[in-house]
Design a protein around this ligand. Structure first.
Ligand SMILES: [Zn+2]
Length: 199
């Protein structure tokens, strides 16, 4: 027996989410059908709002509903340091550790020859522009993940930035090779920021 079209469409939609297979998608679809109509409407609206009201900060590339984002607008933050991460969720992880009070820059990925991702596909151009126009920046901390691609990206950025006389450091201490910032606990992240080494 085939499901009525609205159900199979809903199952298909759930299956597009990461980590959700056919079985879970089917369970979620039937659960949704049983929900209050108001709850379903609110859920659908929050999906659309997340997509329509959020965009990338024109300065740092972080996800925000205002431009520039709250971090870039906050003049009480240390304007002399920019911490470079792969993804917006890394900003949340490091900022939650509360040991870092500088600025951020989100690359939206790492260099990956295998996946055909070069410097022009990352948010690098705007970082260089930022360093050129903002002379207050004295240090760039590169916090890409401890993967081969993350390392290669860190080295690449160091080569671009160091000639400008800006100190380039790398999170190293405490982060295991191959580990993701996203999954590191707060203590590990704090130690990683404190124990950064110069590139
Ligand atoms: Zn920003």
């Amino acid at each position: 027996m085939q499901y009525p079209e609205p159900i199979s469409k809903l199952i298909d939609s759930y299956m597009r989410l990461p980590g959700i297979g056919a079985k879970t998608a089917t369970r979620l679809a039937f659960y949704t059908i049983d929900m209050d109509k108001d709850d379903v409407t609110a859920f659908a609206k929050s999906l659309v709002a997340a997509k329509e009201d959020l965009h990338y900060c024109s300065i740092c590339g972080n996800i925000t509903d205002e431009d520039p984002c709250s971090i870039c607008r906050d003049k009480s933050r240390d304007q002399s340091t920019i911490l470079v991460v792969e993804q917006p969720k890394d900003v949340m992880s490091i900022d939650r550790a509360q040991d870092y009070h500088g600025l951020y820059h989100v690359l939206h990925g790492v260099l990956s020859p295998i996946e055909g991702r070069g410097p022009e596909d990352l948010n690098i151009e705007s970082l260089l522009k930022r360093l050129k126009t903002n002379t207050a920046v004295k240090e760039v901390i590169i916090a890409t993940n401890a993967t081969p691609e993350g390392e290669a990206t860190a080295q690449y950025l160091a080569r671009l930035i160091k000639p400008a006389g800006i100190k380039v450091t790398r999170l190293a201490h405490g982060l295991a090779v191959g580990s993701d910032i996203e999954y590191a606990d707060q203590m590990t992240l704090m130690k990683a920021v404190e124990g950064r080494t110069e590139l």
